[in-house]
Design a protein. Structure first.
Length: 124
């Protein structure tokens, strides 16, 4: 199934390009990329529309933090999900291992942790 790519944002496209090249060897096809109003979610990937949505709250974050969340969402696209039992598993052992390959993932997690304590964000 081919999904039209109709949504793009320059800042998110640059983040996608950096992350895709460095961590996926350029192999992940570009999804739709959009910002969403700050809610309870920093980032999400929609399998049905092939769309990564990033919270407006990340607009002022350091580039590496934006790239870290982009990396997380691209992992969803790259790995899909495991359908064991009745619930799909998105954050598998392999997912978590690959997530920790991101440069300064611990520093990014700390930044996001401080950010979420001030708000109420999480990412999927």
């Amino acid at each position: 199934m081919v999904i039209d790519k109709t949504q793009d944002d320059e800042v998110l496209a640059l983040s996608y390009d950096r992350v895709n090249e460095q961590y996926f060897g350029g192999l992940v096809e570009k999804p739709n990329l959009q910002w969403h109003k700050a809610s309870r979610r920093l980032g999400s990937y929609d399998y049905g529309t092939d769309t990564i949505s990033m919270s407006d709250a990340l607009r002022g974050a350091p580039e590496r933090v934006l790239d870290y969340v982009m990396h997380h969402e691209l992992l969803h696209k790259y790995l899909k999900y495991s359908a064991k039992g009745v619930r799909p598993h998105h954050h598998t052992k392999k997912f978590k291992e690959m997530e920790k390959r991101f440069y300064d993932w611990e520093g990014c997690e700390q930044y996001l942790s401080r950010m979420t304590r001030k708000g109420w964000f999480f990412f999927e």
